[in-house]
Design a binder for this molecule. Structure first.
Ligand SMILES: NC(=O)N[C@@H](CC(=O)O)C(=O)O
Ligand SMILES: [Zn+2]
Ligand SMILES: [Zn+2]
Length: 345
């Protein structure tokens, strides 16, 4: 039985850090284990232009506690008014590593997102030309489409047509939640990858709804049936380079989660590595953990892998806080509902 595991330091390819007091509180939770993270731009107002990404990056670095090493990989929030030249300049300077597409209304702080995909065509063409990846929140927003079908319908109606009409566009399907997402990625040899969260490896829709509503299991895209969770787990543990960890750790205060209309988002930054290692161990796939958390992401983004390592050890159930304090109120840490045995030394 393996009880220690040394791997290259991991990265998080999908992270919400927010701003101000919340940023201050959640950044160390990520920086403790992760070397780099793709920083989601869905602030209010969103991070749209290169100069806004530069000042957000400065605020993140200013919030980093002394002695911690962490590199924020910045993104821009795609709007119908985004200027292709500004995007190209922010990419050429090394500031941004991706552009994020939110269909308007799909998720938290997506009101400034895209309604008419034809309007962003010039930006997408420029991105294809310069090799800048597009990260996609892949859900349609049509009122008549069932929330559990929104990812699958997005692939057919929006994503596949965009990819066919924009050859060379490199796409990351963010936080996939369905076997449809897994199958679509696998059916495409080039220019397509997907992030998978820790929580979607663990929960299905029953966890949210059976025995009472669990607001801390509610996120978007919402967790689906068990067969979909199993497809995600198989993809993550397969070693296939097209799948990599993006936690989508998305802090909301308990006050904003535990209410009649609670916010979407699970906060996993504190215990991500314990969650993921536990699930890989259960699948007898610890040999593929490094690929999922440390190798496949840099491979897709064409960045060097981290030189430093971390060591995980297996032992008594890991102690982690049930909540973290933030200047805005407590934020509940994702509780898988079972003990975790792997901790980062
Ligand atoms: N995943 C979520 O449920 N919420 C994210 C937004 C997102 O990634 O869709 C957030 O910013 O809170
Ligand atoms: Zn999203
Ligand atoms: Zn997200």
């Amino acid at each position: 039985m393996t009880d220690t595991l040394t791997i290259r330091r991991p990265d998080d390819w999908h992270l919400h850090l927010r701003d101000g007091a919340m940023l201050q509180a959640v950044l160390p939770e990520t920086a403790r284990h992760f070397a780099r993270a793709i920083i989601m731009p869905n602030l209010v107002p969103p991070v749209v232009r290169g100069d806004e990404a530069a000042t957000y990056r400065d605020r993140i670095l200013a919030a980093l506690p002394d002695g911690m090493v962490f590199e924020p990989l910045m993104t821009l929030y795609l709007t119908e008014d985004t200027d292709a030249q500004d995007v190209a300049a922010a990419h050429a300077s090394g500031l941004i590593k991706a552009v994020k597409l939110y269909p308007a209304g799909a998720t938290t702080n997506s009101a400034s997102g895209v309604r008419d995909f034809d309007k962003v065509r010039p930006v997408l063409e420029k991105m294809a030309e310069i090799g800048l990846p597009m990260c996609v929140h892949g859900e349609v927003t049509d009122a008549e489409i069932d929330i559990f079908d929104r990812e699958a319908v997005f692939i057919d109606r929006v994503l596949d047509p965009i990819r066919k009409s924009t050859p060379g566009l490199r796409v990351v399907m963010e936080h996939i939640t369905t076997s449809n997402g897994v199958d679509y990625v696998k059916a495409n040899e080039t220019d397509l990858g997907a992030t998978i969260t820790a929580h979607h490896l663990i929960i299905n829709r029953n966890h949210i709804l059976v025995g009472g509503i669990k607001p801390h299991y509610y996120c978007l895209p919402v967790a689906k049936r068990e067969e979909h969770r199993l497809a995600l787990l198989a993809a993550a543990t397969s070693g296939d380079p097209r799948f990599f960890l993006g936690t989508d750790s998305a802090p909301h205060t308990d006050a904003n989660k535990e209410m009649a209309c609670g916010c979407a988002g699970c906060f996993t930054a504190t215990n991500t590595m314990s969650l993921v290692a536990e699930m890989f161990d259960r699948e007898d796939a610890l040999g593929k953990l490094e690929a999922f958390v440390s190798l496949n992401g840099p491979g897709f983004y064409r960045l060097p892998v981290n030189e430093e390592t971390i060591t995980l050890t297996k032992g008594e159930p890991v102690a982690y806080p049930s909540k973290i304090d933030t200047g805005e109120g407590p934020v509940t840490v994702f509780d898988p509902g079972f003990p975790l045995h792997w901790s980062v030394a």
